[in-house]
Design a binder for this molecule. Structure first.
Ligand code: BG6
Length: 611
């Protein structure tokens, strides 16, 4: 998620913008820039790749004068992280600038239309298209209202998600913002006003703020702010007082980044699917680069939570594409002398794109001439360079060391990949794929439903936070969920938790069960449901407590489990996406009850870049 700051007022804008960007640094970014309207009505843009310090050095002592400006820290989604692609972006004549946070799905077709009208582009970004679209709509017009109208008309042509800020040289006291599915907030000063992606950037200047809602556009001048919807209907909105301190503001008011990122999951699933579903087809042009006719097998290689996503990916690819697939931990794969050739697709999953073992596996695959497909979150990360195909999670930066929202994004992207491979291999008729795509679209709302039940999960967690050992068990699609649920609990609460195939309990581990060893059983609907119920009965016979993840409406489970963590019903291959959420919340609340350092657990790193 990019960071946006804007200022209009009597003070020199540059220092205020740079300070605001520094307060948004925690969001993660790969480049930064500012644009200032000088007193001579020239727009000066300065942008650099890398940390803010690089921009500050480039501006060394020569920050452009001017009282209207925009700043931006970029989290790349389209176009490599570099100076050209950094924001702000301008129109053809440099008479207006735009910064943007989000994804414009139809930027390609919009760009072709604008090129046909003579516009020339300098970057690969979807954002620059917005600058030229506004230019096109503003052409022949002038005046502050006309500029606001031009932005509004431009946005009505764009599809996707945006938080956008813009100004033009003709209007030295006008800042325009707009929002759809990406955050934006207005800061109200006296004789000056601010725009920002997030509240921390406003805190030194004002505690009076105005929320811009999805589908709204806001115009700021020194006196105040006016809001309209995209149809141009004016909206009145009361300001609110910001009560948060800086730390709370960075977490969006949540006590930990982990909880904030769990609550982002409905939006993260929508973003993972964004631009990739077209009616009854999956659209993954990135896969075009693979010669599927040659591919007879897939290895899925990753570490940690990403490996558990890979286990689900294996099931998905075999289920929908009937392609033999094997999911292997990267540190094992790289030393196992695997059989690799041009007929073996190696799929590598890495949120950071920098994990040493996964990178080593990537290099091994490349050296062997095997085609490589990468699933990653950080655009331009090491593992994305040189891969034959890259599928981005589009999940925004994950600040908490342990993976939550990116795990759900991985599962969503792997589902799309499996469906796409099935389509391309001629195995999935539209009538088969349509219900799955519809269920994928419904998942965001279903995750919301699980989050609505968080307090009940917190209550259960409080009852078990004093235990020392847990088992997590599952069968079939639920087995990887059991492994991931156990890992989450281990990582942040430091309790011992073991994920195990439910069918294997009787071959040893059941000897460990007693009333002090709770068992979390994944019991989602499916052909193996009766078998997991039998496993639960085996566990109960040893007087161990059973907590179960089960589907709403399941009456049977309440006769066997001591506690139930409910999830909405969904298609079996999509159930790992929903099952993950109560298990993340359970781990979070146990760790919180135990006073653990949830966002930065001891001994762990967000990305292990050494072997
Ligand atoms: C670990 C992280 O260090 O690396 C896990 O703590 C993560 O959350 C694992 O799943 C793999 O990281 P990546 O970036 O390769 O997905």
């Amino acid at each position: 998620m990019c960071g946006i700051v804007g200022y209009v007022g009597p003070r020199t804008a540059a220092p205020i913008l740079l300070d605001g960007l520094q307060r948004l640094e925690y969001r993660g970014y790969d480049s930064a820039g500012i644009a200032i309207l000088t007193p001579e009505r020239k727009i000066e843009i300065k942008k650099t790749q890398g940390r803010l310090s690089v921009l500050l050095d480039a501006l060394q002592g020569s920050t452009p004068p001017g009282y209207l400006g925009l700043g931006h820290t970029r989290w790349a989604t389209h176009g490599e992280p570099n100076e050209i692609n950094a924001h702000p972006h301008a129109d053809c004549d440099g008479r207006l600038v735009v910064v943007h946070n989000g994804i414009i799905e139809n930027y390609g077709s919009l760009r072709e239309g604008l090129r046909a009208k003579g516009h020339h582009f300098t970057s690969e970004t979807d954002t620059e298209v917005l600058a030229h679209l506004i230019e096109e709509e503003y052409r022949g017009h002038q005046g502050p209202d006309e500029f606001v109208t031009a932005v509004r008309r431009a946005l009505k042509q764009a599809r996707g998600a945006y938080a956008l800020a813009a100004f033009c040289a003709e209007e030295p006291e006008l800042l325009v913002g707009a929002r759809l599915f990406s955050p934006m907030v207005v800061g109200l000063g006296s004789g000056e006003n601010y725009l920002a992606s997030d509240i921390p950037a406003l805190l030194p200047y004002t505690r009076q703020a105005l929320i811009v809602e999805d589908g709204e556009i806001v115009a700021l001048d020194r006196e105040g702010a006016s809001i309209w919807n995209l149809e141009g209907v004016a909206i009145s909105r009361e300001p609110f007082h910001i009560g948060w301190d800086l730390e709370a503001a960075e977490k969006g008011g949540y006590p930990h980044f982990m909880l904030k990122e769990i609550y982002e999951e409905p939006q993260v699933i929508a973003n993972a699917l964004r631009g990739r579903l077209d009616g009854e087809r999956v659209l993954l042009p990135e896969v075009d680069k693979l010669d599927l006719a040659k591919i007879q097998k897939a290895y899925i290689v990753a570490c940690g939570t990403s490996h558990y996503a890979g286990l689900v990916g294996k099931r998905l690819i075999e289920e929908f594409a009937r392609l033999p697939a094997e999911s292997i931990i990267a540190s094992e794969f790289r030393y196992s002398n695997p059989v690799l050739d041009q007929n073996t697709l190696v799929i590598l999953i890495s949120q950071s794109g920098e994990t040493a073992d996964t990178l080593a596996a990537f290099r091994l695959a490349k050296e062997s001439g095997a085609p490589t497909l990468v699933v990653a979150n950080v655009l331009g990360s090491s593992i994305t360079r040189g891969a034959d195909a890259v599928l981005y999670l589009q999940a925004g930066p994950e600040i908490c060391v342990v993976a939550t929202k990116t795990y759900l994004a991985m599962l969503a992207v792997l589902t799309l990949l499996a469906l796409d491979l099935g389509q391309r291999r001629g195995l999935l008729a539209h009538s088969q794929i349509a219900p799955i795509l519809q269920e994928l679209r419904d998942l965001s709302a279903k995750v919301d439903r699980v989050l609505d039940g968080a307090e009940a999960i917190a209550e259960i967690a409080r009852r078990y936070a004093d235990r020392k050992n847990f088992f997590f068990i599952g069968r079939g699609w639920d087995y990887p969920s059991a492994l991931e649920g156990a890992l989450k609990l281990k990582e942040i609460s430091y309790l011992h938790a073991e994920g195990y195939p439910a069918g294997e309990l009787k071959h040893g581990p059941i000897a460990l069960l007693d009333p002090e060893v709770p068992v979390m059983a994944l019991a989602t609907p499916g052909p193996l449901y009766e078998k997991i119920i039998s496993n639960i009965q085996e566990v109960k016979a040893r007087r161990a407590k059973v907590l179960a993840v089960a589907a709403e409406g399941d009456k049977e489970i309440t006769h066997h489990a001591d506690e139930v963590l409910w999830i909405p019903r969904t298609l079996e291959p999509l159930s790992p996406i929903l099952s993950a959420v109560p298990l993340q919340l359970f781990a979070y609340y146990v760790a919180r009850e135990r006073g653990c350092d949830i966002d930065k657990p001891r001994n762990l790193a967000k990305s292990v870049t050494v072997e």
